[in-house]
Design a protein around this ligand. Structure first.
Ligand code: MTE
Ligand code: HPA
Ligand code: MOS
Length: 761
């Protein structure tokens, strides 16, 4: 009984697991097609930077099946889809700024007709000089937001005084989100200029705002709905608005429902990715390996417009400490404007780039001192008296010492190290490497105003519960976790709680489901709504059961006063009969947080999520191929709301991180055209890349020190960065095969070619 009625902290399945497996979970492309639905296609720039001299769509419009085309001139409102800054056109006006930029859209009676017609567009260009790389943008001082600087102490003096100094650099490539469901939206006109949009978006409210801006309509006229996404990973945080915007523009122009679904190649060319990064550093250190001074530059390739690059860079700078005490530090950040697709949010949101940079710097120090990198990591760990981040936030409750100690046992670290040394001594071609690495990740949007959420809960008179909240489901298990919260709150069974699609007309003014905070903020909002309804229900229960409202207890699907009780459903009926409202909204804002962007200081995160991994890798020195042989992870999920979902998140994040660091390589040609826009040329991890030993453990007995929802901790992004440990293990294998001098040349992704290059082959 208790099992069923208190589902919080239980490993219950994802709410759609059975439907995912059976194929009955509906995605937007499966939605019932409205009468007269049109299919859209996008005409894109073939040039990285050019003036559009002529744009002739007559042949497109004359093609069979084509109903309408639209260009920037057809936008009735403002041609701007920028999520934060203005000046980010939905459709190019006179100039194109990346190869793949949308110029016009077509609506036709079938996808094939729209696609065929696109080939008939006659566009002439006059090429302009293009900036394609981070180096070129740095040389031209071309940035999408002003350079940033995070500084503490006196890094110059500390550097000058340090016993040793070194300089180094490290680079990591970008990453395509490769969500299985490509970007999609379907817009359907209603009465009086209203528009209903199904959008595969993490941020329905932003889609609503941007569509309203494009069409010159009030927000209230636009309703955006999403039941689930087939993966998002940050790729649908801001950029889903572009897809919805184009569908909405065509729906507005034709007065008919329009669906725009990007095929994989178009999705990869048109939409942004993880920012590739170049880091340079100077480190001052002592013989023991204490880092005394750090002067670092982090340059991200932002692409043609800002999109979310400002907050991504801020998060990169605020993670350049990872889990280390760096007393005197300066980190400069550059969001480089290039004539390539606008890079965007991607799991970790700059955190991976910042952590990658400091881990590379630590390896340099270890190599210079001839010590193990893990020992340098341990030496520089945060601890008592050395527990304030460079941006001034105290670390607070720190579970990392316990995690590192437990990992030592879980992974059998000393024995493993000895075995690897023995293996390398007796094998010439295959060489193994090992790494142990902690991760600290800040939880909250780094823009404090975004940390708010709302929910709407109804109890019906049969005792069933309708749940709605501002968060979106992208596979991460948010819906089941919030349903667990509501079921726990009412002490009803999980089956009684019906989750419903996220809609801007049910819960307004929401934030993106992002920054790993979906459960934290929507869970608290839903619980607030539950508490409001319970307070009202308790009044009636007290009357019926002849007790005091303060003594009413909800448990086991019933409501008790002492040993007298009513079924939850009977109480719901009684409330209705007494004319008591059984519907409530709930609201939550994260306490304590603040951040001053100008000085880059404050308390941007409510708390930190910690984890650590031990990774064993092997490289084949003839082919350069790397394999991850064993991974042990301990992740702190607080009092996990759902251990099954959380372990899935950790495993998925780690494997996605492996893709970023070991195999996924984006290649642009000399003219700025993406060459890798399909799985044939872009290699993502598959089941074969899952390490044969893959042990994931949640830190036990670790309720969040902050009063988060049932003392749980966020999990969506933090474990992604553990995969940097896999890259470090490959780097270690390269060092074992040749030298640290070679190993320090390795960049990410550590593809076979990159490993061979580092080995000097
Ligand atoms: N897990 C799945 N299956 N699919 C996704 O798209 N996105 C990740 C993470 N886990 C994602 C995922 C990202 S980038 C974030 S920010 C969080 O989920 C968002 O959801 P949450 O805040 O509910 O954890
Ligand atoms: N994560 C994700 N999205 C965001 C953030 C963040 O920290 N800040 C602003 N948008
Ligand atoms: Mo996640 S990158 O914050 O959507």
């Amino acid at each position: 009984m208790n099992e069923i009625f208190s589902p919080a902290h239980k490993p219950v399945p994802h709410e759609s697991a059975a439907r995912h497996a059976a194929g009955s979970a509906l995605y937007i492309d499966d939605a019932r097609q409205p009468e007269g639905l049109l299919h859209a296609w996008v005409i894109t720039s073939t040039r990285a930077h050019a003036r559009i001299l002529t744009l002739d769509l007559a042949a497109v419009r004359a093609a069979p099946g084509v109903v309408a085309t639209a260009t920037a001139e057809d936008i009735p409102g403002t041609n701007d889809a920028g999520p934060i800054l203005a000046g980010e056109p939905l459709l190019a006006e006179r100039v194109v700024t990346y190869a793949g930029e949308p110029i016009a859209v077509i609506a036709a009676t079938s996808l094939a007709a729209a696609r065929h017609a696109a080939g008939l567009a006659a566009i002439t260009y006059e090429d302009l000089p293009a900036i394609l790389t981070i180096e070129a943008a740095r040389a031209a001082a071309a940035y999408v937001v002003p350079p940033m600087r995070l500084e503490r102490g006196d890094p110059d003096a500390a550097m000058a005084a340090a016993p040793h100094r070194l300089t180094g650099r490290a680079e990591a490539g970008g990453q395509d989100h490769f969500y299985l469901e490509t970007q999609i939206a379907q817009a359907e006109p209603g009465e009086d200029g209203a528009l209903h949009i199904l959008s595969s978006t993490q941020h329905p409210t932003e889609v609503q705002h941007i569509v309203a801006r494009l069409l010159g309509r009030p927000y209230a006229a636009i309703t955006v709905e999403v039941r689930r996404m087939g993966g998002a990973f940050g790729g649908k945080e801001s950029q889903a608005s572009l897809i919805a915007g184009m569908a909405a523009l065509l729906a507005h122009k034709t007065g008919r429902a329009v669906k725009l679904r990007l095929v994989r190649d178009a999705d990869m060319v048109i939409t942004g990715k993880r920012h590739d990064v170049q880091a340079r550093f100077e480190v001052g250190y002592d013989d023991a390996g204490h880092i005394l001074a750090l002067d670092m530059e982090i340059a991200l390739r932002a692409g043609n417009v800002a999109d979310l690059s400002g907050p991504v860079l801020t998060r990169a700078l605020c993670h350049a400490d990872n889990a280390y005490w760096l007393p005197d530090i300066r980190v400069r950040g550059y969001a480089c404007r290039t004539n390539t697709v606008s890079n965007t949010a991607f799991r970790g949101f700059g955190g991976p780039q910042g952590i990658f940079a400091i881990e590379a710097a630590i390896t340099h120090v270890a190599a210079a001192l001839g010590k193990r990198p893990e020992d340098i990591r341990a030496r520089n760990a945060y601890g008592p008296g050395r527990d304030i981040t460079p941006y001034g936030q105290p670390i607070g409750a720190d579970n990392l010492p316990r995690i590192m100690a437990e990992l030592e046992t879980l992974a059998g670290i000393p024995a493993r190290r000895a075995a690897i040394t023995a293996f390398n001594a007796t094998h010439a071609t295959i060489k193994k490497g090992f790494a142990v690495m902690p991760v600290k990740f800040g939880i909250s949007f780094n823009l404090p105003s975004l940390n708010q959420a709302g929910a709407l809960v109804h109890v019906y008179t049969d005792g069933s519960v309708h749940l709605n909240h501002g968060g979106t489901e992208m596979g991460q298990g948010l819906y089941v976790k919030i349903a667990q919260v509501v079921a726990q709150g009412f002490a009803v069974s999980l089956d009684q709680v019906h989750v419903s699609s996220t809609r801007t007309d049910k819960v307004p003014n929401t934030s993106a489901t992002a920054a790993s905070s979906g459960t934290d903020i929507n869970g608290m909002a839903a619980l607030a709504a539950v508490e409001t309804i319970k307070t009202r229900m308790a009044e009636i229960a007290a009357r019926k059961l002849e007790g005091d409202p303060a003594d009413v207890v909800f448990a086991d699907g019933r409501v008790f006063v002492g040993n007298r009780s009513l079924a939850f459903k009977e109480l719901a009926q009684a409330c209705w009969a007494e004319r008591v409202s059984l519907s409530a909204t709930g609201y939550y804002k994260t306490p304590e947080i603040h951040f001053d962007q100008a000085s880059m200081s404050g308390h941007p995160f409510y708390y930190f999520a910690h984890g650590a991994c031990a990774v064993e890798a092997a490289i084949d020195t003839l082919t350069g191929a790397a394999r991850i042989l064993a991974v042990h992870i301990i992740q702190d999920c607080g009092a996990s709301l759902n251990p099954a979902v959380d372990i899935g998140q950790i495993e998925g994040a780690f494997i996605q991180g492996l893709g970023w660091l070991l195999m996924e390589e984006l290649v642009w040609d000399a003219d700025g055209r993406l060459q890798t826009h399909a799985p044939s040329t872009y290699k993502i991890p598959t089941a074969r890349d899952v390490p044969p030993v893959f042990v994931t453990k949640l830190l036990d007995n670790a309720p969040n020190a902050k009063p988060t929802i049932f003392r749980s901790k966020a999990v969506g992004e933090p474990p992604f960065m553990l995969a940097i440990g896999a890259w470090l293990a490959v780097q270690d294998a390269v060092a074992n095969a040749s030298s640290w001098e070679c190993a320090l040349k390795l960049n990410a992704p550590a593809t076979p070619e990159a490993v061979l290059r580092a080995l000097g082959k």
